[in-house]
Design a protein around this ligand. Structure first.
Ligand code: APR
Length: 244
């Protein structure tokens, strides 16, 4: 591993993760050549308008994805495990902000975790905003426990055109960040793609991209590590922990 920036022991680390982090656990990414958005159109399945127009088609898409994620959740890969190890051993605060709707960070042991795009394993009611754990298929016939109405339950995921979750908590972590890592994300989707610029405006954080290849925003980072997440993330975590 080449020489690299070493943060202070009690510094705060913020880690943004994307679909590339879970790829080696068997989950598809979105924008790679064989990714999800090469097979279905965003506007058909991942917008509030799509759900209003054809809820059955949207449910079919998410039922398929939820089933795959349920299986994969048992299989955190060495990148997820390394991030949990970093959180457990680092002296300062480690915050993982994930765009992923799988539960692989949790099953890998990460605790201080923000699911900014929601999770597959919950449903939310469009009528009353009630949120409930959801493991199986979902349909327009399902009745909400909160308001007893059918037809309002939808996946608790953030669609295009909707506001990501927990932005205040994210903003707080970014403002206090000393080392910012972006792992397995293509940098296409905002606001996540803009977090590196936020921490750079604050002016105190070193920024590192860890990805299979340089992302769209690679030139915004101070440093880049490229290769499969299961190789480069554990190696980078080892480098950080060796400094303790
Ligand atoms: N290791 C590391 N990086 C990888 C790996 C891997 N094994 N496999 C793929 N990658 C990289 C790709 O090169 C790409 O840059 O991960 C990135 C995945 O990018 P996207 O598919 O665009 O996924 P992501 O950035 O998470 O998408 C953001 O878009 O559709 C929405 O809501 C969805 O949360 C998602 C958001």
């Amino acid at each position: 591993m080449p020489q690299s920036f070493t943060p202070e022991k009690n510094s705060n680390i913020v880690i943004l993760t994307g679909a590339g982090t879970s790829q080696e656990s068997g989950l598809e990414t979105f924008r790679d050549p064989d990714g999800i958005w090469s097979k279905v159109r965003i506007e058909d399945v991942a917008t509030p308008e799509a759900f209003a127009k054809d809820p059955d088609a949207v449910h079919d898409f998410y039922n398929m994805r939820r089933a795959r994620h349920r299986v994969a959740t048992a299989n955190p890969n060495p990148a997820h495990l390394a991030l949990a190890r970093l959180e457990a051993q680092w002296v300062g605060e480690v915050t993982v902000i994930t765009q992923n709707v799988d539960l692989l960070h949790e099953s890998g042991g990460t605790q201080n975790l923000i699911h900014m795009h929601g999770v597959h394993s919950k449903a939310r009611c469009n009528h009353c905003q009630y949120i409930v754990e959801w493991q199986g298929d979902m349909s327009t016939a399902d009745v909400c426990d909160g308001c007893s109405c059918a037809g309002g339950l939808r996946p608790h995921v953030v669609w295009f055109g909707e506001t990501p979750l927990e932005l205040d908590r994210i903003q707080g972590a970014l403002l206090e960040c000393d080392l910012f890592l972006s792992i397995g994300t293509s940098g296409n989707v905002y606001p996540a793609a803009g977090f590196v610029s936020v921490v750079q405006q604050v002016g105190r954080a070193h920024t590192v991209e860890l990805n299979l290849e340089p992302s769209l925003g690679a030139d915004k980072f101070d440093e880049g590590r490229y290769g499969p997440a299961t190789a480069i993330v554990p190696a980078y975590v080892d480098h950080l922990l060796e400094s303790l």
